[in-house]
Structure formats: C-alpha cells, structure tokens
Write a protein that binds this ligand. Structure first.
Ligand code: GDP
Ligand code: IMO
Ligand code: MG
Length: 448
C-alpha cells in the first residue's frame, strides 16, 4: 500500500470481469418477423429470458406440439420449464393484460402452470393504466380528424405511457408496492391531467385503483430491484441469458420510420437501458428477417405490393396481426432496410424466417437500392416524404417451385432457395444461421 492509500500497481485488481454474455434477438423489419419462434428455439438451452422494452403491443407466436401460444408481455421463453423470465425496467406493464395473457396460455400448456414462480419483474418498470389505453384511442381519433390519418397503433397505451415516463409523471411498480395511499394520490393527479387534456375522456379512477390493489400481493413475490437482479445474473455462475426484443428496428422511436413508429428503442441500445446492463455484456445479436416484408399499421413501405403478389404473401403467410387481428401489408424483401437495421444493431447472424411462403413463386424480387430523383442514395432516408417516393431497385431471382416445409438441412433446400439465402447474406454481409420453413419448432434449419 502506498502512502496515499492506493494499492501498488502490481497488487491492483485487473480489469473487472465482464461476466456472462447475453444473446439478443431483435426484429430487423417492421415486426412480426418470427422473433417468438427464434426465441423459443434458443430458450430451450437458456436459463433466463428477458424483455427489455415495449409492452403488450408485441405479439409473439410460439408453436409447440401443434399448440399455438401467443405472448405479448410475458417473455415467450417462459414456455420452457427451466427458464426464469425477467421483465426489465424498459418494459411498460398493463397488469390486467399480463394476468389475462398468463391465464390464457396457462390453460394451453402445463409447462406454464408455475409461471408466477418463474417470472421476475423489475421494480423500475412503468405501469400502463387503463386510461393510457383509452388515451391511445382518443389520440388516434384526433389524428384522424385533425391530420386526416392516424398512426395505426395497437391501442395498448404504449405512446401515452412512455410519454408520461418522459414527462416524469408516470408511476412504477415500486410505487404500487410502496404506500398505496400515496400511489392513489399520484394516480389521480395523472388521471386528472389527462381528463383536462381530453374532457370527453371518462376515467373510472376508484374502479381502477381497487383493481390495482388486488394485484399488490400477487406481484410482490415477483418484484425485485431489477439492476441488482441483472447484475447477479450476469456475474453469478455461468448462465445462458437471452433477450427477446419486441417490435423492430423500423418501429424504433429513434431509428424507425418516424412518426409511424412505436415509443421505445427496439434496437440494441434498448437492451442496455431496458435491463440496466453494460454494453460489454452484449454477446451475439441475432436479427430476425422475414423472407419478404410485412407491416401492420400506417407508414411508408417502399417494397409494398398492392397487387396479386401482396395478396398471395398475405394469404399464404397468414399475415394477420397477433395483437390486433389486422391484416398485415405485404411486399418483397427489402435489403436496404435490413442493411440499415444491421448498421444500428451490428447483427452477428440472421434468422431468415418464412422461406416456405415463397415456395410457389416463379420468380422473386429483392429490393437492393433506393433511387431518389434518379440518383441512388447511400442511406435509408429519415424523412417520410422522401421514403414515400423512393424508387426501389430490385434484383429478380428465380423461384424454386418446390415445397420446402419438410427440409431440415440446408442441403435439402432446392438450389434456387439456397441461392436466395446466399444472396441475402452476401448483400447484407451477415451470415444466415437459421432458415424457417414452417411454424413448428422443428421447421427451422440451422446451418452452423
Ligand atoms: P414475432 O412478433 O416476430 O414473434 O412474429 P409473429 O408471431 O407476430 O408472426 C410470425 C408468424 O409467422 C407466426 O404466426 C409464426 O407462427 C409464423 N412463423 C414463424 N416462422 C415461420 C416460418 O418459418 N414459416 C411459416 N410458415 N410460419 C412461420
Ligand atoms: P412484434 O413484437 C408489428 C406497430 C403498430 C403501429 C406502430 C405503433 O409482434 O413484432 P404502438 O401500439 O406500439 O404505439 O403502435 O407500431 N407495432 C407493431 N407492428 N409487430 C409489433 O410487435 C408491433 N408493435 C408495434 O402496428 O403501426
Ligand atoms: Mg408479432
């Protein structure tokens, strides 16, 4: 020890150990790429599956033994009996929605009977109130009346709750578990602010508060200091930790097709801020890419096909929203936006899902560049007006006219399907590790 009290250089601790690395699964388009299925596959070897952002606007489908489960707030990995599910501080929680979702899935599968014992909730997560959902609906109506178009939100209160979070008037899980009288007062202040803003809004304050009170004892055993919990998970014994991204890169509040986006960071940065985790702990980052493109709701969609191709993709792909039941808009795969998502997320590999939906097409187009005023642009435009008018440059690849749903290895895919996969990886510069050829767990080809 020196006179100053500092340790001598030779006895100083070295660089602190990073701890466990976390595997991240993120949507690379406008959502519904098949993240639930990829997470389910990886969760079979995981100890912990985390959600870091979004709320029950997400709708993740998992098919196990022909039973279809849909997850909205619960991390889908919870279907695996050895998994602990963690809902981080970046997630916004509608408690009635969470319990309804859990009850619905519990009835379907016995592995979910003990879900309450395997779910951990961060005390810093913000609460979505019923009035946030009502406000979401009112704001959509006003947009329609005032601007002539709405955003096409899921009406789950996502925009309003993240707004109250940013305005510092939101309430968190830790507030609900502390003094209920104080919680109720703050709840009423917030509710009255919204009533003042939207006089037609009816809020049953006493009714909602009474319902919220019933959840207090139920969630108490699940709630932890999320930062401490995550730190222990990262630095304890070796653990396989998975993060299930919700929504997707093009819906990200900063990088998406603003304003037609959601209200959280669905890209890799949201993993650190939404879990309280240092960036060094991010390990593999898997981008999930549908073999064509879909979008629910409003907003520019350069490769959209408002024709027979779009209808075929919609019907063969059963492209209907899991959360809202809306038909998804469909179009060709757009690699300009996948490359853009890669620039932000640094994907280490891709999962290319729903290749089987393309099985019947004689030829398949892939967007590879955008032109504006006849000039190829080197970036993905921020401005919606520009994006609405870009001219997509396509490459046309031959189809394979063969049913791929039984393929279980890359070699079993028809040559033209293999070429399609290789085209994607070469163009984006990221290897395609998995290829989806059906809904079930088994219908996933792993290449390496
Ligand atoms: P997520 O939000 O990204 O989890 O995706 P969704 O669950 O909203 O939508 C994906 C849909 O495609 C679900 O119905 C899945 O069961 C289905 N799916 C996923 N991968 C494949 C695949 O490779 N082939 C087919 N045919 N369906 C798939
Ligand atoms: P998963 O996780 C597809 C879209 C909505 C709307 C916009 C804003 O299943 O891929 P919000 O309710 O978030 O304020 O809506 O974002 N959206 C999604 N679209 N999949 C999702 O999640 C989505 N989450 C939000 O349709 O256009
Ligand atoms: Mg979905």
């Amino acid at each position: 020890m020196s006179e100053s009290g500092c340790q001598e250089p030779a006895t100083r601790p070295g660089i602190p150990s990073v701890g466990n690395r976390v595997t991240v699964v993120l949507g690379a388009q406008w959502g519904d790429e098949g993240k639930g299925k990829v997470v389910d596959l990886l969760a079979q070897d995981a100890d912990m599956v985390c959600r870091c952002q979004g709320g029950n606007n997400a709708g993740h489908t998992v098919v196990v033994d022909s039973v279809e489960y849909d997850f909205h707030l619960l991390p889908s990995g919870i279907i695996n009996p050895n998994v602990t599910a963690f809902i981080g501080n970046g997630v916004v929680i509608h408690l009635p929605g969470l319990f309804e979702e859990a009850a619905k899935n519990e009835r379907k599968g016995k592995s979910l009977k003990d879900w309450e014992k395997r779910l951990i909730i961060s005390d810093r997560a913000h609460i979505v109130f019923d009035f946030h959902q009502a406000v979401d609906g009112v704001q959509e109506q006003l947009r329609q009346e005032q601007v002539g178009k709405n955003l096409g939100t899921t009406k789950k209160g996502i925009g309003p709750v993240y707004s109250t979070k940013a305005a510092r008037s939101g309430l968190r899980i830790c507030d609900l578990l502390a003094d209920f009288t104080h919680f109720s007062e703050r709840y009423k202040v917030l509710a009255r602010q919204y009533q003042a803003m939207y006089p037609s809004l009816h809020i049953d304050m006493d009714g909602e508060l009474a319902r919220l009170k019933t959840y207090v004892e139920q969630i108490k055993p699940m709630v932890r200091d999320g930062v401490h919990y995550m730190y222990e998970a990262l630095h304890g014994p070796s653990k396989n930790i998975l993060v299930e991204g919700a929504n997707a890169a093009l819906l990200d509040i900063d990088f998406g097709t603003y304003p037609f986006v959601t209200s959280s960071n669905c890209t890799v940065g949201g993993v650190c801020t939404g879990l309280g985790m240092p960036p060094q702990n991010v390990g593999q980052v898997y981008g999930v890419v549908k073999a064509y493109t879909t979008r629910v709701g409003i907003g520019a969609f350069p490769s959209e096909q408002n024709n027979d191709i779009g209808e075929l993709l919609q019907s063969r792909g059963k492209e209907v929203g899991v959360t809202t039941g809306r038909k998804r808009r469909c179009g060709w795969l757009d690699l300009v936006l996948i490359k853009y998502a890669h620039m932000i997320n640094g994907f280490t590999a891709l999962a290319l899902t729903k290749l089987d939906i393309l099985d019947v097409l004689p030829e398949i187009k892939v967007g590879v560049a955008y032109k504006v005023d006849g000039q190829t642009i080197p970036h993905f435009p921020a401005n919606q007006e520009v994006l609405l008018h870009v001219e997509v440059q396509y490459e046309t690849l031959p189809g394979w006219n063969t049913n791929t749903t039984a393929a279980r290895s890359f070699d079993e895919l028809p040559e033209n399907a293999q070429k399609y996969v290789c085209f994607v990886e070469e163009h984006v510069g990221v290897p395609v590790k998995w290829i989806g050829v059906g809904k079930s767990r088994e219908s996933m080809i792993q290449r390496f």
